[in-house]
Design a protein around this ligand. Structure first.
Ligand code: FAD
Ligand code: SF4
Length: 475
């Protein structure tokens, strides 16, 4: 029987149910209930099969979305999982954390009137269900080579590179300074967006494929880059971006002021039970119970900080942002989740300095109110201070979430890897060997090349670099 392509008229878009607010406010577990087979098949069947799959083009890894949606309607989950993995090394992670409202789903033909197909949640459903039923990548056809590649950094870029190389018969060893793989997937993104056993499950799959992880190994301290570079046929660098952006105002270093990533990493490590005895990278655990918290910033990291503070039982949590809500850089979905969980939003406020007591401890933030001025060259309206509008908002704890700048290690610079003016590694994907750096045998990808970006773009770069490495080591 031929498919009823008008299914979307009768079947509305239904997002997965969220757990109750009372449960969400105290638990560090994912807030969305899984979509079962029936709901997933019904939602997948809404795909119009429009013939011009803009969703596929807007997806940075160009997933075969309409094709795996169709397999889901036929309950052919293992085939759907195989197809997902042809373009994406970590589909269960992307299904959870991609900002679909800016990527695949924003491009769905049904978007305007009927509501986009729930692409991200179906991708998550396919992978979670297949893995739970015993799906494993089929490597029976892989012909082993005698080539060996080192990957430094077990974040999404490094994992994706290792995945593609292994599927092409290359032996891969992945080094990371943390005690678990995943990079920011594990330690940056809180478990209410991505539970940590999802990463452990993926680690078991990758190890089952033959990938070796050498964790708790800081390259530059525990092993030199030269030793690695000498031992392998090529090296991939996926070290991420870890320099916190600061506001440049007075008393930013006061007691009671925290940077976003250290706060989030410390909280996740505490939940995972990782202590200093296990790993040198452990960040202090800070608990905001019974504190008045202000988070500065309007991006996804700021949303992760406010929602973490709520779960730590802070007395009040305020997100202060210098533009209006329409101009927030964060995903509207995450802003909505934060609002539901009780976060208070204050817009059009520019911090001037941190107010401190005689001991130098933060007691609040001096703000000036802002209004949006004329658009700049990029079309973005900059906030302008309103005269005589300064005031102090009280706080016991302040988190600065202004984003991240590149953090190239000295050993990499000493080895001759070229950086651009902003400190990003220079590597392009349309060169002879995709994502090769200025050092012939060294490739790079992810945030350290793009600047702080997304999980899915890091995966895309890791996969492309793997193709560049394959071309290079087999030339
Ligand atoms: P990373 O994930 O940073 O991984 C780099 C790895 O390199 C780390 O494991 C690190 O330990 C290791 N490393 C670094 N130096 C060394 C060394 N010398 N020796 C050994 N190992 C080393 N993106 C989304 O798409 N959706 C989201 O919801 C989202 N939320 C985010 C929330 C937060 C708080 C943050 C900070 C980022 C978020 N992002 C999100 C962005 C996303 O996590 C990153 O773009 C992505 O993880 C980059 O991948 P990567 O592999 O380049 O780097
Ligand atoms: Fe959408 Fe991300 Fe999946 Fe691509 S990888 S289909 S952008 S959720």
């Amino acid at each position: 029987m031929s498919k009823n392509v008008y299914q979307f008229i009768d079947v509305k878009r239904i997002d997965p149910a969220k757990k109750s607010i009372s449960e969400r406010k105290i638990n560090f577990v994912e807030i969305y209930q899984p979509m079962g087979n029936e709901q997933s098949a019904g939602q997948a069947d809404r795909c119009l099969d429009c013939g011009n799959p803009y969703c596929e083009w807007k997806c940075p890894v160009h997933n075969f979305i309409p094709q795996w949606l169709e397999l889901v309607t036929e309950n052919r989950i293992f085939e759907a999982a195989d197809l997902c993995h042809e373009t994406n090394s970590l589909p269960e992670m992307c299904g959870r954390v991609c900002p679909q409202d800016r990527l695949c789903e924003s491009a769905c033909t049904l978007n305007d009137e009927f509501g986009a197909v729930t692409i991200g949640n179906i991708e998550k459903h396919i992978t979670d269900t297949a893995i739970a039923q015993g799906w494993k990548p089929d490597l029976s056809h892989v012909i082993k080579t005698d080539k060996r590649v080192a990957v430094i950094g077990a974040g999404p870029a490094g994992i994706a590179c290792a995945d593609v190389l292994t599927r092409n018969g290359v032996e891969v060893v992945v080094y990371d300074r943390h005690a678990q793989i995943g990079g920011l997937l594990t330690f940056g993104i809180p478990s209410f967006k991505l539970e940590k056993d999802v990463i452990q499950t993926r680690r078991e799959i990758l190890e089952g494929m033959g990938i070796e992880f050498r964790l708790n190994t800081d390259v530059g301290t525990d092993i030199s880059f030269k030793d690695i570079s000498d031992e392998y046929d090529a090296v991939f660098l996926g070290l991420g971006t870890y320099t916190d952006m600061t506001g440049g105002f007075d008393n930013e270093g006061a007691k009671g002021v925290y940077n976003a990533l250290d706060f989030l990493i410390g909280n996740t490590q505490n939940l995972m039970g990782i202590t200093k005895a296990d790993n040198a990278q452990v960040k202090p655990y800070v608990n905001f119970k019974d504190k008045k918290v202000i988070v500065l910033g309007g991006g996804d990291t700021a949303m992760d900080c406010v929602r973490t503070s709520i779960r730590q039982q802070a007395t009040s949590v305020t997100c202060a942002y210098r533009r209006d809500e329409a101009n927030m850089p964060g995903s509207p979905r995450e802003v909505q989740n934060a609002k539901e969980e009780g976060v208070n939003f204050e817009f059009n406020l520019q911090p001037l300095d941190i107010a401190v007591d005689e001991q130098g401890t933060a007691i609040g933030i001096k703000f000036v109110k802002t209004q949006l001025g004329a658009p700049d060259a990029n079309g973005r309206r900059n906030p302008e201070p309103i005269p005589d509008s300064a005031f102090v908002m009280e706080a016991d704890a302040i988190v600065i979430a202004f984003g991240f700048l590149p953090s190239p290690p000295q050993w990499m610079v000493d080895a001759g890897v070229e950086l651009d003016a902003r400190g990003r590694v220079v590597a392009v994907d349309n060169s002879d060997f995709a994502l090769q750096t200025s050092k012939q045998n060294v490739f790079a990808g992810g945030d350290m090349v793009l600047g702080s970006d997304l999980v899915v773009t890091a995966i895309d770069q890791g996969r492309k670099a793997a193709m560049g490495i394959l071309d290079f080591i087999t030339q």
